[in-house]
Design a protein around this ligand. Structure first.
Ligand code: GMT
Length: 379
C-alpha cells in the first residue's frame, strides 16, 4: 500500500506513535510518506520506502496567522496526486483530519479518491476538541473521515459522549512498543553513578504540560526519598518545568532530582529506571507508561482515562486517584523497598507489554483497517 501519514512531528506521544507506525509499515513493505512541517523526531534520516514531505507555510505581512491548515491540505493533495497514495492517515484530529478532508475534496474534482483514516490520541478530543470554538469542526472532521480509531476504549467512549458520531464508528487500536528496543536487557545502565551509590532511579517522561501534574511527581518523589535512597530523573521539557524545579527546592530534594531536558531516544533511559511515575490529570493512553512497562519498570500512576487499560492494577503497577500523592508514594515505597516484590512486578510488566501491545500485532490491526477502508472505495 501507499500511505501518507500526518502528525505533530515534535515531542509528544501522538507524533511518536505515528512515526513508529510509519517505520513499521515500511519495514513490512509499504511505501510511507510523512507529510508535516518538520522531520518527525523519531524518524531516522533515511529508511527504505520512507519519504518526508515538508509543509512550507507562506509568510506574508497580511497573514498575521499563517494558514498552516491550508498549506498542509495543498501538500497532502500534491503528494497524494504525485505518488498515487491510497490512504491518508491523520494522527490528531485538529487540524490534520480537516486538512485531509479539504485535500480529498480537491482530489475528487480531478476524479481521484483517497481514503482518510483519523486516529484520535486524546487531547484532540478531551481538551482541544471540546473548546467551544473547535467543537463543530472536530465533530465534522471525525464524521468525514472514512475510518476513525481511538487509542483506548476510554477515549472511544469519551469521543462518542462528547461528539456523537453519526454514520461512523470508532475502532479501538492500542498504541504499541517495539519489544526489541524497549527491553531492559538491550541497554547498558545510563546511570552507573546512581547505582553505585546504592540508590534507586525513579523516572518521569513528558512534555511538562499542566495535564501531567509534574509538581505531583516531585511531591511523590519527596516522600519516596524520605524512605528509600533514590534519585528522580525528569525527562522532557515544557511550561511546568520551572514549577517542578521550584517544588524540588521547596521540598529540599533538589540535590537528588535531575532534569535532563528533552531527549528523543528514551528506551536506554527507561532501561535504567526502577519506577515510573505518571500522575496525570487525564491520559487517553499513556504511551510513556507503556514504554516503561516494556522495559520492566513498574508504574505508579493516576487512575485516569485509559491508564487502567495499560497498567494492570496490583500486577504491573498501582493506580490512585488524581492528586493522591500519599497513596502513590505509599505504593512506590512498598515496591521499591522489597526487592523480590519489585522483581515480580518488573517481570510481569515486561511480559504484559509484550503480550498485549507488541508492534507486530498492533500494526497488523492498522493494515487490516486500511484494507477494509480501501475496499469501501470499490464497493
Ligand atoms: O500527552 C500529551 O500531552 C501529548 C499527546 C499527544 O498528542 O502527543 O499525548 C496523547 O497521545 C498519546 C499517544 O496516543 C497518549 O499516549 C497520551 O495519553 C495522550 N495524552 C493525553 O491524553 C493527555
Amino acid at each position: 500500500m501507499k500511505i501518507g501519514i500526518t502528525c505533530y512531528p515534535t515531542y509528544g506521544g501522538s507524533g511518536a506513535v505515528a512515526t513508529e507506525l510509519g517505520i513499521a509499515l515500511a519495514a513490512r513493505g509499504h511505501e510511507v510518506h510523512f507529510i508535516t512541517y518538520q522531520q518527525p523526531f523519531r524518524l531516522p534520516n533515511y529508511l527504505p520506502r520512507v519519504y518526508f514531505h515538508e509543509v512550507e507555510v507562506t509568510r506574508y505581512p497580511l497573514f498575521e496567522y499563517p494558514p498552516y491548515d491550508l498549506a498542509l491540505a495543498v501538500k497532502m493533495h500534491e503528494v497524494v496526486r504525485d505518488h498515487e497514495l491510497e490512504v491518508l492517515h491523520c494522527h490528531y484530529a485538529i487540524p490534520h483530519a480537516t486538512s485531509a478532508w479539504i485535500a480529498r475534496e480537491m482530489l475528487r474534482e480531478t476524479g481521484r479518491d483517497i481514503k482518510v483514516v483519523t486516529t484520535l490520541h486524546g487531547t484532540d478530543i478531551t481538551i482541544v476538541g471540546q473548546e467551544r470554538s473547535f467543537h463543530t469542526i472536530t465533530k465534522f472532521s471525525i464524521e468525514k473521515s472514512d475510518a476513525v480509531t481511538a487509542v483506548s476504549s476510554h477515549l472511544r467512549e469519551e469521543t462518542l459522549r462528547a461528539f456523537g458520531c453519526s454514520g461512523c464508528s470508532v475502532e479501538v487500536i492500542y498504541n504499541f512498543i517495539d519489544p526489541a528496543l524497549f527491553d531492559r536487557r538491550a541497554h547498558t545502565s545510563p546511570f552507573p553513578d546512581i547505582a553505585e551509590a546504592g540508590k534507586r532511579v525513579v523516572m518521569h517522561i513528558s512534555n511538562f504540560r499542566a495535564v501531567k501534574r509534574v509538581r505531583d511527581v516531585v511531591r511523590v518523589f519527596a516522600q519516596i526519598h524520605a524512605q528509600v535512597p533514590s534519585v528522580l530523573v525528569m525527562v522532557g521539557d515544557g511550561p511546568e518545568r520551572v514549577d517542578a524545579e521550584a517544588e524540588a527546592r521547596l521540598l529540599g530534594v533538589h540535590h537528588d532530582v535531575r532534569f535532563l531536558g528533552r531527549i528523543d531516544s528514551v528506551a536506554p533511559l527507561l532501561a535504567g529506571a526502577d519506577l515510573f511515575l505518571l500522575p496525570s490529570a487525564s491520559e487517553s493512553f499513556g504511551l510513556s507508561a507503556l514504554e516503561a512497562l516494556a522495559c520492566g519498570v513498574p508504574v505508579v500512576a493516576s487512575d485516569a482515562g485509559g491508564l487502567p487499560e495499560v497498567v494492570r492494577e496490583g500486577v504491573t503497577g498501582w493506580l490512585h486517584p488524581v492528586g493522591d500523592v500519599q497513596g502513590m508514594a505509599s505504593s512506590a515505597i512498598d515496591v521499591l523497598a522489597d526487592r523480590s516484590r519489585w522483581e515480580v512486578a518488573s517481570a510481569a510488566a515486561a511480559a504484559d507489554a509484550r503480550a498485549r501491545f507488541a508492534e507486530r500485532d498492533i500494526v497488523a490491526q492498522y493494515e487490516a483497517l486500511y484494507s477494509r477502508t480501501l475496499a469501501l472505495i470499490r464497493a
